[in-house]
Ligand binder design. Structure first.
Ligand code: HEM
Length: 489
């Protein structure tokens, strides 16, 4: 008993020294201002991390931030993810942090995330390597987003999914949405269809990879974390194999005149405009960077987009007037087209109320609660000192739900976007500055096209208590069960 008590006491004193005094010991530039108020917590190394990560509905800011903001203000110090931290729920400081990437602040995800994502993932690299990878991402997205091939494939996949609901009274929407976004992204990135055996292998590894990304980082064989690191290695190997086959096939096409017609038939369907095909021709990236890029695109384009779809479906189910207005908008677009004609980029541009609904779901639902940064030098902001080397967490959700920025922020009200600027400093669901999400427009077009057919063919009801929870990654507890009324197709 005495020994047990001693262990707790030593742990407590050790925690105090480690969390409270060490960070302060190394502060040099006290002239710049005082540290914001706050608490480092008492758990050795973890500080307040467990309280910070406590799950809460993603449409609220959660009890930790509620409590700390009312006690210390919108900017406070804490000890999170093994590091002394400045937490910002302040719109101006968030904007300042995001705009000064690489100058005053730098992207800094926890080390275990590096091990799962890989050392050259775009979310992890900084400086010139980041710029090179990002330029490729931006140009791929800008050439893809309005291409008829891409748009037609989104529509075809939507119709396949909705067709499969025809005889069902109930579905688990998150599963359907994941199927939808995975089929789209795997086709767009690697040119693979769901029927190909490689697709199901990659999907299986990918699910293991995702589970590990959000698990406790314990590298012991059999833990979700260790499985994820291994799954990532297997996905890389699969992508390398696909690259090898693609190169071999392309060589056959270009070099073997005798067989050109035969091989063209096989490959012309697979080649075309998928990311991999374009990447193979990019000489600013190494082979490993190309493989890592493919993983980033699969990861970025899968879970977040499917959660956005689920949020829209969830919020619209509770807002009959938004659903009616969506229906009118999409019927009007369909009314101008021939029977069975595909949607195109011009149609997408006409979906203005749909964009308001998507914006509102992004604002209210907060898919990404915060991003990880660190201060590169001592910085003074509004009289506070942000010390060099400290972690800095701009919280995106608190700005979206701040009543001094958005009136009635806890209501789903898409009409607010008829007046409100969606490109401004106050709306950052995709981050901001030189790290702003390159895939945002792809996600928007996928959701808009899916809604086009959904609202014209189905009515749905959701169970009241199934809401989006920030773990902090967002998930619906029961996968969002929809009760369907089917009236066309
Ligand atoms: C609703 C859907 C999406 C949301 C809410 C979202 C959100 C975000 C956010 C907040 C960041 C910034 C991270 C940071 O600053 O540290 C980001 C970055 C990124 N996203 Fe997305 N994203 C979405 C869809 C996509 C899609 C469809 C793709 C790819 C096809 C994608 C690929 C990426 C990549 C590669 C980055 C890293 C960018 C960089 O570091 O320069 N995302 N995303």
């Amino acid at each position: 008993m005495g020994f047990f008590f001693m262990v707790i006491l030593v742990g407590f004193v050790f925690g105090l020294i480690l969390n409270h005094y060490l960070p302060l010991l190394f502060l040099k530039n006290k002239k710049l201002g005082a540290l914001p108020r706050g608490s480092f917590g008492y758990l050795p190394l973890l500080g307040e991390t467990l309280a910070f990560l406590k799950p809460h509905p993603s449409t609220t800011i959660g009890s930790f931030l509620q409590d700390h903001c009312s006690r210390y203000g919108k900017v406070f110090k804490s000890h999170l993810f093994f590091s002394p931290t400045i937490v910002s729920c302040d719109q101006e400081l968030n904007y300042f942090i995001l705009q000064n990437e690489d100058k005053l602040f730098e992207c800094s995800y926890p080390k275990p995330i590096h091990d799962v994502l890989g050392k050259i993932s775009m979310l992890v690299v900084v400086g010139d390597t980041h710029k090179r990878l990002r330029n490729v991402a931006l140009s791929l997205v800008s050439t893809t987003k309005s291409k008829p091939d891409f748009l037609t494939h989104i529509e075809k996949t939507t119709l396949q999914i909705l067709e499969s609901w025809k005889d069902k009274k109930q579905i688990i929407f998150c599963e359907e949405a994941r199927k939808f976004t995975f089929n789209i992204i795997v086709k767009q990135v690697l040119g693979l269809t769901p029927e190909e055996p490689q697709t199901s292998r990659i999907l299986e590894d990918f699910l293991t990879f995702m589970r590990g990304l959000i698990s406790f980082p314990l590298y012991i064989p059999g833990t979700p974390y260790a499985n994820a690191v291994k799954a990532r290695i297997r996905i890389s190997a699969s992508v390398k194999q696909i690259i090898k086959e693609r190169r071999r096939n392309n060589n056959i096409i270009y070099n073997n005149d005798d067989n050109i017609c035969e091989n063209m038939n096989i490959n012309s369907q697979k080649r075309g405009s998928d990311f991999l095909e374009i990447l193979l021709g990019v000489d600013t990236l190494s082979e490993d960077e190309k493989v890592s890029f493919v993983l980033d695109a699969l990861l970025g384009g899968y879970e977040t987009t499917s959660i956005l779809m689920a949020m829209v479906v969830h919020f619209v189910a509770k807002s009959p007037s938004a659903l009616d207005q969506l229906k009118v908008e999409h019927e009007c677009i369909r009314g101008k087209k021939k029977k069975g004609e595909s949607l195109n980029w011009e149609d997408y541009k006409m979906m203005s109320f749909t964009q308001n609904v998507i914006n509102e779901a992004l604002r209210y639902g907060n898919i990404v609660k915060f991003v990880h940064r660190k201060a590169l030098k001592d910085i003074k902001f509004k009289g506070y000192l942000i010390p060099a080397g400290w972690k800095v967490l701009p919280i995106l959700s608190t700005v979206h739900l701040d009543p001094s920025i958005n009136s009635s922020p806890l209501e789903f009200h898409p009409w607010r976007w008829e007046r409100q600027d969606q490109t401004g400093k106050k709306f950052t669901p995709f981050g901001g500055g030189s790290r702003c999400c390159p895939g945002s427009e792809l996600a928007r077009v996928e959701v808009a096209f899916f809604l086009h057919h959904l609202v014209q063919n189905f009515r749905w009801r959701v169970e009241d208590d199934d809401q989006p929870i920030a773990y902090p990654y967002v998930e619906f507890q029961r996968g969002l069960v929809l009760n369907l009324d089917h009236f066309a197709l």
